[in-house]
Design a protein around this ligand. Structure first.
Ligand SMILES: [Zn+2]
Length: 375
């Protein structure tokens, strides 16, 4: 029997569920957590995302005048990748202070640590402001679980602050960039390849767009912590066969935005750059997440983590996005930090691992943050 207040054992149990996405199949993993949390008094509600797929919202406590502390984490993982693993990918390799497995850093250690921490102080939580944990399916393939949850505001409720347990080596981060993914489509007119003058070549149209985007400059919108926005053309498709004029071509554009930018304005600028021959379709639109480091709660988080890390955290952000970008549609303007025990550099790697010491440190930090919230 797993001791549910031991973050290493809980994480190891989570790794034993194969939740590689696609297809995800997070239901058994979600129920394992829900069953353990129910036993100590959490109210657990599930949201079905599809066959064998569940997200979980678990909450305890709650006062009329003070909102609960929120935690969020995803329980799906990316595939194992093409290279062979030398360690067990599903929780059986615990050696040399490292717990190996797909999702060990990204981010079953984060979920394991905050669930174990909340269970360890469950008795103190019942008549307090409380804790709400949003444990999602399908983060790795486009935040599907979080997107579904924000459509149901009664399920999510409100939280007074939010901790995203993604891997940060226990370093608290005050935000992350947003993402705007656009598909730019050109339509032409097909013709026989020997008579190109009779057609309109869609590949030429997107080629001009690509060149315009390589030289694209964002207007002055540099953020003091997040730096500058970025743009990358990630893929290009066009044409059916070599001896026809292509009547269809498209590119994928990945834009990462910083706090203060408006995505509608960005899209309009891109349209101007690529010209009116190109149609832009939005594939992903998630805003940046940023909390002023001077925020009282952020300062409290820095103070708690300084004790764990042995150094005073500085205000920093990261460029990848998290479920928080989606959850903020329900948790509007909620102070948020990204803080988790996983090794940031191990995410999605072959032989992914997390460090046992860091997992225990993360557990201690989360428990102290919960106690500070309810005092
Ligand atoms: Zn992750």
């Amino acid at each position: 029997m797993t001791v549910m207040t031991n973050p290493v054992s809980v994480t190891q149990d989570l790794l034993r569920f194969n939740t590689i996405n696609p297809p995800g199949q997070e239901a058994a993993c979600a129920r394992y957590l829900g069953d353990a949390l129910s036993k100590v008094g959490f109210c657990c509600r599930y949201k079905e995302l599809g066959h064998n797929r569940l997200s979980l919202v678990a909450s305890i406590g709650g006062l009329a005048d003070r909102l609960p502390l929120g935690f969020t984490g995803h329980i799906d993982t990316v595939p194992l990748g093409g290279a062979p693993w030398t360690k067990d990918a599903f929780g059986e390799s615990l050696e040399g202070g490292k717990l190996f497995g797909r999702g060990s850093s990204d981010m079953k250690s984060g979920v394991g640590a905050f669930v174990a921490a909340a269970i360890s102080v469950a008795d103190e939580l019942r008549n307090s402001a409380g804790v709400t944990m949003v444990i999602t399916a399908d983060e790795e393939c486009g935040c599907g679980g979080a997107k579904q949850l924000v459509e149901d505001a009664t399920l999510l409720g409100k939280v007074g602050a939010l901790i995203v347990g993604e891997p940060t080596n226990n370093y608290p981060l005050v935000g992350h960039k947003g993402a705007l993914w656009l598909e730019a489509v050109a339509k032409g007119v097909t013709a026989h390849g020997s008579m190109p003058e009779r057609g309109v070549n869609a590949v030429y149209l997107v080629a001009k767009a690509v060149m315009a985007l390589e030289n694209f400059h964002f207007p002055d919108c540099k953020h003091r912590l997040m730096g500058s926005p970025t743009l990358n053309v990630g893929n290009i498709f066009g044409g059916m066969n070599i001896n026809s004029v292509p009547d269809y071509a498209r590119i994928g554009i990945d834009i990462r935005t910083v706090a203060g930018m408006n995505h509608d304005d960005v899209k309009a600028l891109i349209q101007e750059a690529v010209g009116l021959d190109i149609t832009l379709n939005t594939l992903v639109d998630v805003g940046p997440v940023f909390t002023d480091p001077k925020n009282d709660w952020v300062q409290e988080v820095f103070g708690v983590m300084e004790k764990q890390l042995g150094e005073a955290p500085q205000a920093k952000t990261v460029s990848y996005f998290t479920d928080a970008a989606i959850l903020h549609q329900a948790y509007v303007n909620t102070p948020t930090v990204v803080l988790g025990p996983g090794e940031a550099q191990m995410a999605h790697q072959t032989d992914e691992y997390c460090l046992v010491d860091r997992l225990e440190q993360g557990f201690d930090g989360y428990r102290d943050l919960i106690r500070a919230w309810i005092k």
